[in-house]
Design a protein around this ligand. Structure first.
Ligand code: GDP
Length: 453
C-alpha cells in the first residue's frame, strides 16, 4: 500500500533532483532517493556495482546513448541523508548534462522532487529532527560566518540535545507529581515539597539560560544595524567605503548627494554588521534630500549602533545631541579626517581617517563590543535560539512552568490540575524539536520510582 507524507506526496516514490545550483560549473550532483533508487540507477550504468558509500567511475547511458562520464555513490538505507536508499551521481556541470541525466532517471520511474523533499524525508525517517532540518536551510542561506557557525552547531544537534535535556528534567518533575497523585493521602510521602521546588527552579534556570541566547541568535541571523550619521561632507560615505574595503558608495564633495541609505554587510568578526550610509542630518529645504533624511531617521530608530560623525569637537557635540534624540542605539562619536587635523586625543571621541585608515580597527572593535553589550558576548560552541519559533516555544514553556510553580506552591489546587501546566510545557518542547513520544512519561514513572518499596 502506498504511503503519503504530510502534504499528500507519495513517500514510496523514488525522487530525483539536481542538488547543486543550475549553471556552468565543473560538476553537478544529481540525487536519487527512494525504494527503487538502486534499480533505477542500475538501468543507466553497465555493470552496476553498488558497494556502499564507495564512488564508482561509470559511463551513464540513456538506452544506447552515452550521456556523461559520472561518479556514482550508493548509500543503502538507513545510512543515507534521507534514511532511504540514495544514489548520488556527480555529473559534469552546465545546463544540459545534469538535466539530461535527471530526465533519463525520470523515464525509468523516478519523480522530480519538490523543494525540500529530501530533507522532509530525512525528518520523516528520523534522520534529522525539525531543528536540524531548519539548520540545513540556515546553513545554505547563511550570509555570514557567524550564521554559518550557529547553523552548524544546530545541525550537529547541540540545540536539540539541550532541549532534550530540558525535556528530561520536565519529565522527571512530572513523574514526581504523578507519584504525589498516586499517593495523595500519604502526609509524609517520600516526595518532599522541597524536591519539587528545587526541580522546578532548576528547570526554570535552564530555560532562562537558553532564552538568554535569543537576542544573540537574532543578531547573528539579522546582523547588527550600524548607521553612519552626521552632517553632509564630513566623510560618511568615505568611511562606509573604507570599512567595507571596497568602493560601493558614490563619494562626492557636493554636500547632500547621498540621497538615500546604502547598506552593505561586513562579515568576519563576531557579528555580521549591516553598515548603513545615510543622507546628511542637516536641515534642508530640498524635497528629495529631505526624503533621504527621513530614511536616515528611520534607520536611526532601528539601529543597534550609530557612528556619529563630525569634523570638529563642537560639531560632534551637536551631532551627538541630534542623534541621541532619535535613537536608543549605542552612539560612537567619531572625529573624522584625522589625517588632515591632528585631533587632540579625546576621551569622548575616536579619531578616524578614511584616507589612511587610522582608527578603523579600533572602531570595528568598539562596534563589536557595543553589540556584545546589547546581546551578551557570543560564546562559541553554545547553541543559539536563532528563530522566533524557538523563542516562542520556550517562552510558552516558561510561562507554563511558572504557572505550575505558582499553583503548586499555593497548595490549594490538586496535583493533577497543576501537572497540566507541565504537560503543556513538555508538548511545547516536543513540538519545537519535532519529536513526540507519549510513552516516555510512563517509562519514567516506573523507572525512577520503586513504588513497592
Ligand atoms: P559625506 O557627505 O559625509 O558622505 O562625505 P564624503 O565621504 O562624500 O566626503 C566628503 C569629502 O571629504 C570628499 O572630498 C572626501 O574625499 C573627503 N574625505 C572623506 N574622508 C576623508 C578623510 O578621512 N581624509 C581626508 N583628507 N578627506 C576625506
Amino acid at each position: 500500500m502506498s504511503r503519503l507524507d504530510d502534504r499528500g506526496l507519495l513517500i514510496d516514490d523514488t525522487i530525483v533532483a539536481i542538488a547543486s545550483p543550475v549553471g556552468r560549473g565543473a560538476i553537478a550532483v544529481v540525487r536519487l532517493s527512494g525504494p527503487r533508487a538502486f534499480s533505477i540507477a542500475s538501468r543507466h550504468v553497465r555493470n552496476w556495482q553498488h558497494q556502499p558509500r564507495v564512488a564508482h567511475l561509470s559511463d551513464f547511458f540513456d538506452g544506447e546513448q552515452r550521456l556523461d562520464e559520472v561518479l556514482i555513490t550508493a548509500f543503502p538505507a538507513p545510512h543515507s541523508y534521507t534514511g532511504e536508499d540514495v544514489v548520488e551521481i556527480s555529473t559534469h556541470g552546465g545546463y544540459v548534462v545534469p538535466s539530461s541525466v535527471v530526465a533519463a532517471l525520470m523515464t525509468s520511474g523516478a519523480r522530480q522532487a519538490t523543494a525540500g523533499e529530501f530533507t522532509r524525508r530525512a525528518v520523516l525517517n528520523g534522520k534529522l529532527d525539525l531543528l536540524q532540518a531548519e539548520a540545513v536551510g540556515d546553513l545554505i542561506d547563511a550570509n555570514s560566518r557567524a550564521m554559518q557557525e550557529a547553523a552548524l552547531l544546530q545541525l550537529d544537534g547541540r540545540l536539540s540535545r539541550r532541549l532534550s535535556a530540558l525535556r528530561a528534567e520536565l519529565l522527571e518533575l512530572e513523574a514526581l507529581i504523578a507519584y504525589e497523585v498516586d499517593f495523595p493521602e500519604e502526609d509524609d510521602g517520600p516526595i518532599s515539597r522541597d524536591r519539587v521546588e528545587a526541580a522546578t527552579k532548576a528547570v526554570l534556570k535552564s530555560l532562562d539560560s537558553l532564552l538568554a541566547t535569543a537576542p544573540a541568535g537574532e543578531m547573528v541571523r539579522e546582523g547588527a544595524i550600524v548607521v553612519i550619521a552626521g552632517p553632509p561632507n564630513v566623510g560618511k560615505s568615505s568611511l562606509f567605503n573604507a570599512l567595507l574595503g571596497k568602493s560601493r558608495a558614490i563619494v562626492t564633495e557636493i554636500a547632500g548627494t547621498t540621497r538615500d541609505a546604502l547598506e552593505a554587510v561586513i562579515d568576519g568578526g563576531r557579528w555580521p554588521l549591516r553598515l548603513v550610509d545615510t543622507a546628511g542630518l542637516r536641515q534642508t529645504t530640498d524635497r528629495i534630500e529631505r526624503l533621504g533624511i527621513e530614511v536616515s531617521e528611520r534607520y536611526l530608530g532601528v539601529a543597534e549602533v550609530v557612528l556619529a560623525c563630525a569634523e570638529t569637537s563642537s560639531d560632534l557635540d551637536a551631532t551627538v545631541t541630534l542623534i541621541r534624540a532619535r535613537t536608543q542605539a549605542t552612539i560612537i562619536p567619531l572625529l573624522m579626517k584625522s589625517d588632515l587635523v591632528s585631533h587632540r586625543n579625546q576621551m569622548s571621541a575616536l579619531a578616524v581617517s578614511a584616507e589612511n585608515g587610522s582608527g578603523l580597527p579600533r572602531l570595528l572593535s568598539q562596534i563589536e563590543s557595543a553589540v556584545d553589550e546589547q546581546c551578551g558576548p557570543r560564546v562559541p560552541e553554545i547553541p543559539l535560539l536563532t528563530r522566533t519559533r524557538h523563542k516562542q516555544a520556550l517562552e510558552l514553556a516558561r510561562e507554563e512552568i511558572s504557572e505550575f510553580h505558582r499553583v503548586w506552591s499555593g497548595g490549594n489546587v490538586p496535583a493533577t490540575i497543576a501537572a497540566v501546566h507541565l504537560r503543556t510545557a513538555i508538548t511545547a518542547l516536543e513540538e519545537l524539536v519535532g519529536t513526540v513520544d507519549v510513552e516516555d512519561i510512563l517509562d519514567r514513572v516506573f523507572s525512577s520510582f520503586c513504588v513497592g518499596k
